[in-house]
Write a protein that binds this ligand. Structure first.
Ligand code: F6P
Length: 363
């Protein structure tokens, strides 16, 4: 029998279980493959005792409709940058890749499928370069990987954000309020941009286009002057004012990053300081965008990724990541896949159409 190991790493994302099931169902058709999962990404292999479970058909049946990941995940413990707390309380990062490779070899896996975001695929690349037979499956609700046209989880996140936005519009209208809704997107504004168009926002703020607060304050005030009497704003968590700073905090790894929930309140204060008289309320969607059942589109994409990933393993095409390009499920080298991001360009057709309809980006 041949053995395949599946793991999920980085932040969770609707569709992870659909990928696991897709791999397992396709592998079972081959009859001579056993399917295993490592709990909490590579920690399941590195930990003592190891946490590696056999993925029987009973374990994977019907999981494609479930949010989260049955294999659990971590976005802290990278095997190539593993945080170890020192006696004085400080954290030092260690490269445990050689120890991991030794353990993987002892377990005799013929193929490994690493489902994860950019960080996870960088780990896949390091391991592949050291001889590990690994294949990547891209995951992120942010849709910011350039090697693939779409990532699963994105459509679900946009749907959740749009549903919430629609609810805020009716309450904004009733109370003559200005609503600010913060969505995820640390570096890329795709969720905000799609939600703004789907929901009909007046203002859409994204990390790629710094905003001018005076212009925004004017735009909000106009809504009241011209009789509309309410205003709805979508803001991505990584958005920043021109010449301004972002609200940040120390992340789990000690690095400085945008604080979820920070920018909505920051913008509210900035609008007031700029003389905006509207009554403002803030809503932060946070991790609701990453939870729950995936929409049909994401289930399909995730399942297709799973099937393709196993087929790459079958053909021994390692060092590849599955991708969706020009309506085809294809594969790209991990080398290429980990080289660039897909952020919103000012000249993107969605931005142009949004501006054409009067949505302000505050630029
Ligand atoms: O990378 C996906 C993402 O959704 C980002 O948009 C967000 O900044 C981040 O996850 C939050 O992750 P966590 O709070 O789980 O570390």
């Amino acid at each position: 029998m041949k053995k395949i190991l599946i793991l999920t790493g980085g932040g969770d994302c609707p569709g992870l279980n659909a990928v696991i099931r897709g791999i397992a169902k396709r592998a079972r058709k081959e009859k001579d493959w056993e399917i295993y999962g490592s709990i909490e990404a590579f920690n399941g292999v590195l930990n003592e005792p190891q946490e590696i479970i056999k993925l029987t058909s009973r374990k994977t049946a019907g999981i494609h409709i479930k949010g989260g990941t049955i294999l659990k995940t971590t976005n802290k413990d990278s095997p190539i940058n593993f945080p170890v707390t020192q006696p004085d309380g400080t954290i030092k990062f260690e490269d445990r890749s050689d120890e991991l490779i030794k353990k993987l070899k002892a377990l005799h896996f013929d193929a490994i499928i690493n489902i994860g975001g950019d960080g996870s695929q960088k780990i896949s690349k390091v391991l592949f370069d050291k001889g590990v037979p690994i294949i990547g499956v891209p995951k992120t609700i942010d849709n910011d990987l350039s090697a693939t046209d779409v990532t699963f989880g994105f459509q679900t996140a946009v749907q959740i954000a749009t549903d919430s936005f629609d609810r805020l519009v009716t309450t904004a209208e009733s109370h003559h309020r200005c609503m600010i809704m913060e969505v995820m997107g640390r570096d890329a504004g795709w969720i905000a941009l799609h939600t703004a168009i789907a929901g009909g926002a007046e203002i859409c703020l994204i990390p790629e286009i710094p905003y001018d607060i005076q212009k925004l304050a004017k735009r909000v005030s106009m809504r009241y002057k011209n009789g509309k009497g309410f205003c709805n704003i979508v803001i991505a968590e990584g958005s920043k004012p021109k010449n301004g700073t972002i609200v940040s905090q120390k992340g789990d790894k000690g690095s400085e990053h945008v604080r979820l929930g920070g920018v909505a309140y920051q913008l509210s204060q900035q609008l007031k300081d700029a003389g905006c008289k509207a009554e403002i309320r803030e809503t932060v969607l946070g991790h609701t965008q990453r939870g729950g059942t995936p929409v049909a589109y994401d289930r399909i994409l995730a399942t297709l990724y799973g099937v393709k990933a196993f087929e790459l393993a079958l053909e021994k095409k390692f060092g590849q990541m599955v991708a969706f390009k020009n309506n085809e499920i294809v594969s790209v080298s991990l080398e290429k896949a980990t080289q660039s991001y897909n952020v919103v360009n000012k000249n993107n057709y969605l931005v142009k159409a949004a501006k054409g309809m009067g949505i302000s980006f505050g630029d």
